[in-house]
Design a protein around this ligand. Structure first.
Ligand code: ADE
Length: 220
């Protein structure tokens, strides 16, 4: 079982995805659990403020330390083992290999990840002292950590044994062995508007099919 606690100001932007399809099935099967903490609950003053202007000047607002630390500590109080993930464009680039590492839970009964979703222009650098993993989804800048949080969650949860229909689909799929890209696949009909399924795939010759797939996979 892997548990995710998402600290965000925009739960409504994340929750519908986790209540659909495979993510929902994973929770139904007790393989994953999703929880939310509203950063606003830890805001300062009458306006529950969570951000402020940067020292030294500059555009935009930064997430302040106090609400972020209080929110993370409120989760860690109940589970000191929980690991904190910060989506940030300057983090380590997320890959299938890292997702697999995060999905490996054999050493603890419940792996618990806290994902802190920054918003606005950024965060106070001192927040990094409470973060275990800085993760980037790519060399581009998004408005917040909500989309990265969903991508991180999805790519981990689908690797938990029992989440995908065919037990082995996650294993044999693209990227599972290093960086190889998946081979082309076809289903019925055999001929669609003149575009035909390659003959070898209809042959029933498993050796030849395996060879064809290897040759046509992205790493060939
Ligand atoms: N926050 C904003 N942009 C991001 C990115 N590319 N990856 C992760 N977190 C982000």
């Amino acid at each position: 079982m892997i548990k995710f606690t998402v600290i965000t100001l925009f739960r409504e932007a994340i929750e519908p995805y986790l209540k659909a399809s495979m993510m929902w099935k994973a929770t139904e099967k007790g393989l994953a659990e999703f929880d939310f903490v509203n950063l606003r609950d830890f805001g300062l003053g009458p306006h529950k403020s969570v951000d402020d202007t940067p020292y030294g000047g500059g555009d935009g607002m930064l997430l302040r330390c106090e609400p972020v630390f209080a929110a993370i500590e409120s989760v860690k109080e109940k589970d000191p083992q929980a690991k904190v993930i910060l989506p940030t464009p300057v983090g380590e680039i997320w890959t299938q290999e890292i997702a697999r590492r995060f999905a490996r839970v054999s050493d603890v009964p419940t792996q618990h990840y806290i994902i802190l979703c920054p918003h606005y222009e950024g965060y106070d650098e001192r927040i990094l002292s409470i973060v275990d993993y800085k993760i980037s989804l790519g060399k581009y800048v998004l408005t917040g950590g909500e989309l990265p949080a969903l991508i991180i969650i999805d790519s981990i949860v689908r690797l938990i044994p029992g989440v995908l229909g065919g037990e082995q689909s996650a294993e044999i799929e693209s990227f599972s062995n290093g960086d190889n890209l998946e081979y082309p696949q076809y289903t019925r009909p055999e001929d669609f508007r003149g575009m035909k399924v390659p003959e070898v795939l209809l042959s029933g010759n498993h050796g030849e099919i395996a060879k064809w797939r290897e040759k046509h996979s992205g790493n060939a």
